[in-house]
Write a protein that binds this ligand. Structure first.
Ligand code: PGA
Length: 253
């Protein structure tokens, strides 16, 4: 596994998705073991699913204990009910929470059925603040460079809020739905400011469709049109890539 350091970024290049997931699990597990009351920031999507499988296996083998862990999720579609099998609430339960010994009363996901979204968003940010901040935030990246559902824009949204999804995100996420018209057009997302307040960040990316966004994240100008580029301003970022996602970056060094 190749390891390179660029600015604040500790970058690992693994051979494939499985190795990426295993390396990510090792990093996340080290935080859970080291902190008395660990606070994780969690992500959904195809990318972290393998990491969650690894964490489940480690928990079942008695290698890692989540009983004192709290967790905040980055985002949720809007509007969506918790019962919907397309909700991120459902994803987290099925892909992680129900398989590990985490106290689900200490897991927080923006409520995609909230009537007062502004109130829900403010309460979410306050909850993150009140816990003292996320120890390690897990991030994927959109093919358009989004982090959470902070889409390319003219500014970096600071707080948790409701946003419109871009056409490219709707197209990317259509693979999880029967029909592209079923993909929600809006979401509640943790803001960039909240994400940047995390003590550590771990970003994962797999596949050639992420290669350009990864190159721009690490080497491009910091700009809201490529939201992930803001990570260049964070002091402690680990990026774990498979070879396909690392290709454009490696070719530019
Ligand atoms: P994916 O999504 O893991 O399903 O590719 C990543 C993202 O949109 O952040």
């Amino acid at each position: 596994m190749q390891n390179i350091k660029i600015l604040n970024m500790d970058i690992y290049i693994t051979k494939d998705y499985d190795e990426m997931s295993k390396k990510a699990a090792e990093v996340v597990a080290s935080v859970v073991k080291e902190k008395e009351n660990p606070i994780l920031g969690l992500a959904t999507g195809g990318t972290p699913a393998g990491l969650y499988k690894e964490l489940i296996a480690m928990n079942k083998a008695g290698e890692i204990d989540f009983s004192k862990t709290s967790a905040f999720n980055l985002d949720e579609y809007y509007p969506i009910s918790k019962e919907s099998d397309q909700s991120y609430y459902y994803f987290m339960r099925e892909n992680l929470f129900k398989h590990i010994n985490i106290d689900t009363d200490k897991t927080y996901i923006p409520d995609g059925s909230a009537e007062d979204v502004e109130k829900e968003s403010e309460a979410f940010d306050k909850l993150v603040r009140d816990t003292g901040g996320v120890d390690m935030q897990i991030l994927g990246i959109g093919t358009n460079g989004h982090i959470a559902f902070n889409e390319p824009a003219d500014n970096f949204p600071t707080k948790t809020q409701k946003v419109n999804l871009t056409e490219s995100t709707i197209e990317d996420n259509a693979r999880f739905f029967d029909n592209i018209d079923d993909v929600p057009k809006e979401a509640i997302t943790m803001g960039i400011g909240t994400i940047m307040n995390s003590k550590r960040i771990i970003m994962l990316a797999s596949g050639a469709n992420k290669a350009e966004a990864i190159k721009e994240t690490v080497l491009g100008n910091v700009r809201p049109q490529l939201p992930a580029s803001i990570l260049q301003f964070h002091k402690d970022v680990t990026i774990i890539l498979d070879e396909a996602a690392a290709k454009d970056l490696l070719e530019s060094l």
